[in-house]
Design a protein around this ligand. Structure first.
Ligand code: URA
Length: 399
């Protein structure tokens, strides 16, 4: 059976849903060897998969583990996924705001590898905040507050964990059907009715071009809908950081300001666009979503009356070598600067520093005078010189 399936995929033939379910079942119970699974991934990488096959792969991966259900609670149950960017703290604003608008947001999030930590790392800079809630805690918080942001439970889409590790080992990560099944399997296991995808493109994004991001968004939407969830996507530019902070605790501070209706504008606009409810901006400006964020933090054990972790860093400014108009504030380079200061990680077992990062004073289209600060680096014990070089090469100033 498995050899037949491998031969079919090697020759580019379409697999049936039954074959794909048997394959995924075998990956999880060990009857499909790691070598066979790696061969499957390589054939998919080279020959692709149709929408029906990708729907079957996604559903099989969802069914490989626990599927959350929110019996006794009223929906709609909604969530967002972002393909990841620099300064992307949207989840922290979006979850309480969407809950404030009447939906329930069961947001399972990740730590991520990259320039800064993921959403969970950012939230963990709030003292006491727990990201390891079990299903009964998740249900309680969703019922009491209307949203949670927590980590993956042990048995959520275990097939993805195995296949993702193999993709990393076999250089088969950048395949649209494999990315699609991986992202959607974890989101669909949350028991949601509606999913919005923030698919980013540009220097600080996983997809560098608009065209590639658009192809990924299209597949994600078709497969999500094929699996029975209302799915839509927004394509967003990630050539410069989102908002004005890149780090962990400093991103939480900026998200809190946004929840109080105090911007920054691009973060507020993107969050409202993703939610797609005409009332979103008025509710955000009212500060009501901030109250809900506080309730969520407190229900998850966090204490916002205490200082965020990572205080005690020092600030160093990086100034413009000459005056003029900012034409580039490259997200990748500014993200790297945050990374070398210790804000991110390369391997899952590494810790991130909660306090370090980059505060961005100047963005594209703004004017700067000679010797005026472009950014402030928030530094602890490493990376200052390299971060300064990265920031200087991130900026183009016309004039
Ligand atoms: N994020 C995921 O969860 N999976 C992928 O394959 C890529 C990004």
């Amino acid at each position: 059976m498995i050899l037949e399936l491998l031969e079919a995929k090697r020759s580019g033939r379409e697999l049936s849903a039954e074959q794909i379910h048997a394959f995924v079942g075998g990956v999880v119970d060990g009857s499909v060897t790691r070598a066979q699974a790696a061969a499957f991934l390589s054939f998919v990488f080279c020959n692709g998969m149709g929408v029906d096959e990708t729907v079957a792969l996604t559903e099989a991966m969802v069914q490989s583990g626990d599927q959350m259900s929110w019996e006794g609670l009223d929906g709609p149950f909604v969530d967002k996924h972002s393909t990841g960017g620099v300064g992307d703290k949207v989840s922290l604003v979006l979850a309480p705001l969407w809950a404030e608008l009447g939906s329930r947001v069961p947001m399972i999030s990740g730590r991520g590898l990259g320039h800064t930590g993921g959403t969970l790392d950012k939230l963990e800079s709030i003292q006491g905040y727990r990201t390891d809630l079990d299903e009964s805690d998740l249900s309680r918080v969703l019922s009491e507050v209307g949203c949670f942001i927590s980590g993956q439970t042990a048995d959520l889409a275990p097939a993805d964990r195995i296949l993702y590790a193999l993709r990393n080992e076999t250089s088969t990560v950048p395949s649209i059907p494999l990315i699609t099944a991986s992202i959607l399997s974890k989101k669909l296991a949350e028991g949601i009715d509606e999913l919005v995808l923030d698919v980013k493109w540009g220097s600080g994004a996983f997809m560098k071009t608009h065209e590639d991001a658009s192809a990924l968004a299209d597949t994600l939407c078709r497969v999500g809908r094929g699996a029975g969830v209302m799915t839509r996507a927004v394509l967003t530019d990630m050539n410069q950081p989102l908002g004005r902070t890149v780090g962990n605790a400093i991103e939480v501070e900026e998200a809190i300001a946004c929840l109080k209706g105090e911007g920054p504008g691009d973060l507020a606009t993107l969050t409202c666009d993703l939610i797609g409810d005409p009332r979103a901006k008025t509710v955000l400006d009212s500060g009501a979503a901030y109250e809900r964020f506080c309730r969520m933090v407190s229900a998850q054990g966090g204490d916002l009356s205490k200082p965020l972790l990572g205080s005690g860093c020092s600030d160093q400014t990086v100034c413009a070598p000459h005056g003029g108009m900012i034409t580039t504030a490259d997200a990748y380079m500014i993200g790297r600067a945050a990374f070398v200061l210790g804000a991110g990680r390369q391997r899952a077992d590494q810790a991130v520093h909660p306090g370090v990062g980059v505060v961005v004073h100047k963005k594209v289209g703004e004017r700067v005078a000679a010797n005026e600060p472009l950014v402030t680096l928030r530094v602890a014990d490493k990376g200052v010189d390299r971060a300064r070089d990265l920031v200087l090469s991130a900026y183009s100033i016309d004039g």
